[in-house]
Design a protein around this ligand. Structure first.
Ligand SMILES: NC(=O)c1ccc[n+]([C@@H]2O[C@H](COP(=O)([O-])OP(=O)(O)OC[C@H]3O[C@@H](n4cnc5c(N)ncnc54)[C@H](O)[C@@H]3O)[C@@H](O)[C@H]2O)c1
Length: 324
């Protein structure tokens, strides 16, 4: 059996990736420190093909018998954590990436590095193509995340050039779905938690800033297609993965109010410093190379996500209504 090491595998995206790999007959080792991940995200997996290790990727990886592929997803990703966990995040995306790459080098494995649309900062080019170099404020509140992800990419390129390794980088744009923590701090968990609790939805600024939201199954399909693509085009490359349907945050709030049956309304608060004004991926590279594009609409994705949040926020109520 092929062996995949997944860092951050107890988190939102990592746990969905683990499901996908196990279904595809991989043996999987998860390395996670449970900083923002949760054991319950993997609790449904009753198989001997998974090993879960409580391990901080800032430390060198444990020894394995062999490794075919390393998926490096470990990193807190919520803007709420960029200040409170700044040093941890910066080191996870530098020391942690180094350790992931060293593991891949030792076993001659392929590596997939999870980067982010945040490498584009507050973009002056729209939509963002992979060739755009970005506009990040090095000293701003988002820098520990944004700049360490940029460094993570640079380190991957350096390893690839020095050691001739097969390293592939995915720039992930806002992705949502079940297994995000209700208190995660990202906008969709915030809105769903507020709407389901009957609280008003908090929009920062006037809500005219835009984002493009991708449902988790589409994103995982894209990551796997890139990881499995033949080396010629994909090795050493970087792709944007995300949904191109760009909406304002105010529109998102209105859609959430439609999907969730709630009396909540919208309230406005001051916009945080360096909040990107626009965000939409140009996915033509992924379309051409992988024949991939998202298929799940925002409405459908939210409808699939709401039951999970209902259950998280009020498990008793959710189990009563599902047994009716
Ligand atoms: N979901 C998105 O919209 C999005 C967008 C862009 C990039 N990403 C990237 O995708 C990856 C996964 O994000 P997510 O949305 O699943 O977030 P998440 O917080 O749910 O998952 C991150 C996981 O990494 C683990 N982790 C963090 N630091 C660690 C460390 N030092 N050692 C070991 N484990 C550690 C956490 O415990 C958690 O399980 C991250 O690298 C993130 O930057 C996600």
């Amino acid at each position: 059996m092929r062996h995949a090491v997944v860092t951050g595998g107890a988190g939102f995206l990592g746990s969905h990736l683990v499901d996908d790999l196990l279904e595809d007959d991989y043996r999987v080792t998860v390395l996670d420190n449970y900083g923002s991940g949760r054991p319950e995200n993997l609790a449904h997996l009753q198989t001997a093909d998974i090993a879960i290790e409580n391990h901080d990727v800032r430390e060198p990886f444990p020894a394995f018998d062999d490794v075919d592929i390393v998926y490096h997803l470990a990193s807190r990703a919520s803007p709420e954590d960029f200040g409170t966990h700044a040093v941890e995040i910066a080191l996870t995306n530098s020391e942690g990436t180094k350790n992931a790459l060293e593991c891949a080098r030792e076993y001659g494995a392929r590596s997939i590095i999870a980067s982010t649309s945040e490498v584009y900062g507050n973009p002056e080019e729209h939509p963002q193509t992979e060739t755009y170099h970005g506009n990040v404020n090095i000293r701003g509140p988002r820098a520990p995340y944004d700049e360490s992800k940029r460094f993570s990419e640079a380190l991957a390129v350096a390893y690839e050039r020095k050691y001739g390794m097969d390293i592939r980088t995915v720039r992930i744009f806002n992705t949502y779905g079940p297994r995000m923590r209700p208190n995660d701090g990202r906008v969709i968990p915030n809105f769903l938690s507020q709407a389901l609790s009957g609280d008003d939805l908090t929009v920062y600024g006037d809500g005219s800033q835009t984002r493009s939201f991708c449902y988790v199954s589409d994103l995982i399909d894209g990551i796997r297609a890139f990881a499995d693509a033949p080396g010629g085009m994909a090795a050493g490359n970087v792709v944007n993965l995300g949904n191109t349907n760009e909406i304002t945050i105010r529109e998102l709030a209105e859609i959430v109010l439609e999907v969730v049956d709630t009396a909540s309304e919208i309230t406005y608060r001051e916009l945080p410093e360096d909040d990107p004004e626009v965000r939409r991926p140009d996915i033509s590279r992924a379309q051409a190379m992988l024949d991939w594009e998202p298929t799940v609409s925002l409405q459908t994705g939210l409808e699939r996500t709401v039951p999970y949040f209902e259950n998280q926020l009020n498990p008793q109520l959710a189990s009563d209504s599902s047994s009716k």
